[in-house]
Design a protein around this ligand. Sequence first.
Ligand SMILES: *[C@@H]1O[C@H](CO)[C@@H](O)[C@H](O)[C@H]1NC(C)=O
Ligand SMILES: *[C@@H]1O[C@H](CO)[C@@H](O)[C@H](O)[C@H]1NC(C)=O
Ligand SMILES: *[C@@H]1O[C@H](CO)[C@@H](O)[C@H](O)[C@H]1NC(C)=O
Ligand SMILES: *[C@@H]1O[C@H](CO)[C@@H](O)[C@H](O)[C@H]1NC(C)=O
Ligand SMILES: *[C@@H]1O[C@H](CO)[C@@H](O)[C@H](O)[C@H]1NC(C)=O
Ligand SMILES: *[C@@H]1O[C@H](CO)[C@@H](O)[C@H](O)[C@H]1NC(C)=O
Ligand SMILES: *[C@@H]1O[C@H](CO)[C@@H](O)[C@H](O)[C@H]1NC(C)=O
Length: 772
Amino acid sequence: MLNSFTKAGLLLALAFSTVSVAEDVITSDSYFYGDSPPVYPTPEGTGAGDWKSAYQKAKAFVAKLSDDEKVNLTAGVTSTTGCSGFIQAIDRLGFPGMCVSDAGDGLRGTDYVNGWASGISVGASWNTDLANDRGTYMGKEFRTKGVNMILGPVVGPLGRLALGGRNWEGFAADPYLSGILVSESVKGLQSQNVATSLKHFIGNEQETNRNPSTDSDGNTVQSVSSNIDDKTIHELYLWPFQDAVLAGATCVMCSYNRLNNSYACQNSKTLNGLLKTELGFQGYVVTDWGAQHGGIASANAGLDVVMPESTLWNSNLTTAIANGTMEASRLDDMITRLMATWYYLDQDTAFPNPGVGMPSSATAAHQAVIATSKEAKPVLLQAAIESHVLVKNTNNALPLKSPKLISVFGYDAYTPMEVNLVSSFSFDTDQTRSDLYQNGTQWVGGGSGANSPAYVDAPISAIQRRAYEDGSSVLWDFTSEDPAVDYTSDVCLVLINAYATEGYDREALSDTHSDAIVTNVADNCANTIVVIHNAGIRTVESWVDHANVTGIIYAHLPGQDTGRALVEILYGDSNPSGRLPYTVAKNESDYGSLLEPAEPEGIYEYFPQSDFSEGVYIDYRYFDKHDIEPQYAFGYGLSYTDFSYSNLKVSKSSSSFSSYPASASILPGGNPRLFDDLVTVTAKVKNTGSVSGQEVAQLYLGIPNGPVRQLRGFSKVEINAGKTTTVTFSLTRRDLSTWDVDAQEWLLQRGTYKIYVGRNSRDLPLEATLTI
Ligand SMILES: *[C@@H]1O[C@H](CO)[C@@H](O)[C@H](O)[C@H]1NC(C)=O
Ligand SMILES: *[C@@H]1O[C@H](CO)[C@@H](O)[C@H](O)[C@H]1NC(C)=O
Ligand SMILES: *[C@@H]1O[C@H](CO)[C@@H](O)[C@H](O)[C@H]1NC(C)=O
Ligand SMILES: *[C@@H]1O[C@H](CO)[C@@H](O)[C@H](O)[C@H]1NC(C)=O
Ligand SMILES: *[C@@H]1O[C@H](CO)[C@@H](O)[C@H](O)[C@H]1NC(C)=O
Ligand SMILES: *[C@@H]1O[C@H](CO)[C@@H](O)[C@H](O)[C@H]1NC(C)=O
Ligand SMILES: *[C@@H]1O[C@H](CO)[C@@H](O)[C@H](O)[C@H]1NC(C)=O
């Protein structure tokens, strides 16, 4: 199907047919030339959509710059602030520079900030308003600290590989859910005049070999190449980026990996082609830190700004213009795009001094710039609560009913021994894969997505507070693998985690130490409730069916209010409403080739290859295609009440069912006709239980010649006990279409579409067909 794959297959065959395999090891990049189609020149930003006045101001600004000043804006500099990156000031024009900083789950490297629920927790919430509010209040913090741009949100990785080390930074292993949540996040963050930098563009689905390395013989091993065909990139990986650009996202960060063997930060097909032409992106492209590998070639391929600094551009840019290898207009476009974002977000008026709240180190003299606020508290807590997904609740073990003795076990219940400006974002360095679990409660994963929150309310602290209020007793043992269980315990809580960090993929989806704690406690406690702080998928096959494991909660990474949120769920002050944003398999082998990262091997020893040959069939699309029964389906989650579904109605809301969208001027997000609503679906949902609760009604679409079903709508609604509500889903032209590789357009096929509505991807009581 793919040229490069066919070539790879052929060479592999040749390698095995010759005497010495070693001779066939590819040693030159030139082997791959042509695998990624050239798309030149870079489209200049035009001020399309609502960018017109920003472009006018940016152009006027750029017209006043000298060549040296222009060049200085194309890369970051080392600054005295603790910003992750810094664009230097041009004092004579009153431009104070720009501070950009990590990361998507809270501002990193500073004090007086909040630790927010991670991307995966927002994914688990399926709550668009909450995603927006979280963005708004997080944005306020970045702004207060003088950070012009947040290095987030993350929509790549999407979660192709179950063991991917950064899946928790993104929202969901589904482009539709990810797309809506990133779009709301961008709107919230940018409502505070803070720019967003969508990352990582694109195909950044593994940490293993994410950067070039040197092997033991001194040979360079290049970054892994994600080989993705055109249909798959459109229908899966580009989709959420498209939504974010449509929502006004100002910057896109190109990733460490290669695409079809061309580095993502110099890939003209993705930067000039997909992003700047097809999606009409008006902002700028910044490198991930250190991801620039080509000099002038990267500028011509569509890269605009290099971070944290460039060792390849600088005066070479003006030399290249003089000798004709680069157009002067390209340099102007690079910085016009950069400056346009500054004006687009009104950062030229009343924005705090860049980096004002970013100390260069914890011990350096600095002002206390306080970014936490009372107003943020309800949103922080709600995001933490909706991070929790209840997946097992035998005989209504939960909510707890006035327990007199609560026994708490597991290394995840207590506050970590150290939280300072350094410890909470340190990377592991002495291994190739991350630790499987981490001592101390895991409220966030590791790497640049972690920060130093105002406090961390550990589960045990919140449980103790509750015991104080209730007059109940608590016993605990955080260290034993086989703890002694008080015979009279009403409930045993076992808290474990599944750790993941940037820089490393995970080793396994479960670990024997944690599993042993659960099993040992359950063997001695008839009411054992397991809480997992999971930075990604966690399998549970060794104890899920243990008769004494009465409750299981995937808590994900709830942020600093983790303990308070857990207690609200356990005691029924909040009704659980989270739903899994990925599929939990019965056995990790069920993920097949979508379990592990690709490794350098065979003739590709120096050029590791990751062929996305499964196409769009990842996560539940893969399980559906291969008819594998999951442990817990995508979209699954229990409530303390029940919901029933009825009255499915499908109606066409447009008469424009042409095969291709009418042509129109490209706006940020692409052809605006793609977002026309074509079909409306409604259904009734009734709360049949005795307490009020939130249901996440989900719509899946069976598109002809595509996956069995794909999420194309969801609606989270609060329904009082006994009441019924109507949920409405709008299907846009893009929702109903497939990518037509020949036409290079979204194609609305003629045929019969299946529409399913229900509780999760495997529990869909309502079904209808739609003929187009
Ligand atoms: C990668 O190669 C495939 C197969 O030739 C092609 O469909 C796709 O557009 C290419 N993508 C990039 C980014 O080069
Ligand atoms: C460009 O940046 C360098 C390094 O910060 C600085 O020394 C130089 O003065 C700048 N050039 C101009 C024209 O501002
Ligand atoms: C110009 O580019 C070359 C590589 O092509 C690089 O070695 C050199 O450092 C660059 N010069 C500057 C001033 O960045
Ligand atoms: C033009 O200048 C650039 C930057 O210094 C350099 O990389 C390139 O090789 C030069 N090309 C020619 C034809 O002189
Ligand atoms: C956790 O702490 C225990 C001691 O209680 C120690 O034996 C173990 O190695 C630690 N595990 C990790 C992953 O740090
Ligand atoms: C469940 O717990 C009780 C102790 O309360 C124990 O006697 C029993 O053996 C346990 N059941 C299993 C299946 O381990
Ligand atoms: C999981 O799959 C592996 C490989 O197929 C198999 O060896 C193992 O027994 C399975 N585990 C369970 C609990 O079924």
